[in-house]
Design a protein around this ligand. Structure first.
Ligand code: DIG
Ligand code: MN
Ligand code: MN
Length: 393
């Protein structure tokens, strides 16, 4: 285990709210071109090791813990054993989700399969997984529609598919309400992989879809770094839109090189500047949610490398959190930001309609010549930001 991570200022503690899915540190290294390279790590051992590293909790798909073919007695035995290790370590289960993508039955989708029997199976499976998540204490329930898509648009009318998607989520919202569960749904977007194209491809698509549901107040977002980057988008802007809408219910942190398959790399390992601005957004907003790492160790790694990956994920977040504090305390940076905020002098920066404001705007004589000449000093500002990140300020 990475012993350094337990000694210094960047040692993670439960109050930092770091969580990992069982499937992340439990990833056995299988990929489309190679078999697994690591033995499976039992869920109980994952909980113990993550607790040792300073994590707050673990998340899970139903079948990360309970095999799909387990009977009721076996299911209860496994869940009770898991509860015991949670109790012993103090680890929590803030989020749960359903595996609606591994079973061959889901090869044409789960909620949006052309086969109504599959759509029923998906809702049946999701209800049982919701029950499990609530039993373990989850307060957020993620839906990632990994198979909700097509390779050819000849297969189905996308409008019909969206209707089926909406029916399933509306049904499951009603199920949660009927059970009296205190559970919020968080929708996770991805543009492609494993399907050729996945419906509701980005966080913005998902946000629009939420407002078409019967109970939009129960449903928010779980943006993932790699998924917005796969779409060529700025992840901080996606998270800001979710945050500003009051819909940032969860977040999946990792790293991704542009233009590649979903790499789910260690947080901050590919894009430290982008990761810095994401951490700045979350920390400046004092967002209380779980910092969940949906990522995994390189296929090259053994189990020790897996724990290096987990420790590094949390450590990088805390290093960037310190860089944010440094940026916010840097007098030259803050001076530049204050100058930008002061542009226009006493001009009222909020545009609020009133007949008086219409007259003010109509009669305003703007000094267009100087407006056209004024620069914004963003080069200086970004250079100072880079120097904070590069450790020379
Ligand atoms: C993949 O990014 C998805 C699945 O791992 C899971 O359903 C969800 C939860 O974070 N992310
Ligand atoms: Mn991913
Ligand atoms: Mn994810």
């Amino acid at each position: 285990m990475n012993s350094r991570a337990t000694q210094d200022a960047y040692a993670p503690r439960p109050e930092h709210h770091f969580t990992f899915g069982l499937w992340t540190v439990g990833n056995p290294g299988r990929d489309p071109f190679g078999e697994q390279v690591r033995p499976a790590i039992p869920p109980t051992r994952i909980v113990e090791k993550l607790a040792e590293l300073g994590a707050y909790g673990v998340n899970l798909h139903d079948n990360d813990l309970v095999p799909r073919d387990a009977g009721a007695a076996e299911r209860d035995r496994i869940v009770n054993e898991f509860k015991e290790v949670l109790e012993a370590t103090g680890m929590r289960v803030p989020m749960a989700t359903t595996n609606l993508f591994s079973d061959p039955a889901f090869r044409d989708g789960a909620f949006t399969s052309n086969d109504p029997r599959v759509r029923e199976y998906a809702v049946q499976k999701a209800m049982a997984a919701i029950d499990l998540g609530v039993e373990l204490g989850a307060e957020t329930y993620v839906f990632w529609g990994g198979r909700e898509g097509v390779e050819t648009n000849a297969a189905k009318d996308p409008c019909a598919a969206l209707g089926w998607y909406r029916d399933a989520l509306n049904f499951l919202c009603e199920y949660v309400r009927s059970q009296g569960y205190q559970l919020k749904f968080a929708l996770e977007a991805k543009p492609n992989e494993p399907r050729g194209d996945i419906f509701l491809a980005t966080t913005g698509h998902m946000l629009a879809f939420i407002y078409s549901l019967d109970h939009p107040e129960m449903v928010g977002l779980n943006p993932e770094v790699a998924h917005e980057h796969m779409a060529g988008l700025d992840f901080t802007h996606a998270v800001a839109q979710a945050l500003e809408a009051g819909k940032l219910f969860h977040i999946d942190l990792n790293a991704q090189k542009p233009g590649r398959f979903d790499q789910d790399l260690r947080f901050g390992s590919e894009d430290p500047k982008a990761a810095f601005f994401l951490v700045k957004l979350l920390e400046d907003a004092k967002w209380p949610g779980m910092r969940h790492f949906d990522s995994h160790a390189y296929r090259t790694e053994d189990e020790e490398g897996v724990w290096d990956f987990a420790a590094g994920s949390m450590r990088t977040y805390l290093i960037l959190k310190e860089k944010v504090a440094q940026f916010n305390a840097d007098s030259e940076i803050q001076g530049l930001l204050q100058e930008i905020a002061a542009r226009g002098g006493a001009t009222d920066s909020r545009l609020v309609f009133s007949p008086e404001r219409v007259q003010e705007l109509r009669s305003a004589s703007l000094d267009l010549e100087s407006i056209r000449q004024d620069g914004y000093a963003y080069e200086r500002l970004d250079q100072l930001t880079m120097e904070v990140l590069l450790g020379v300020r």
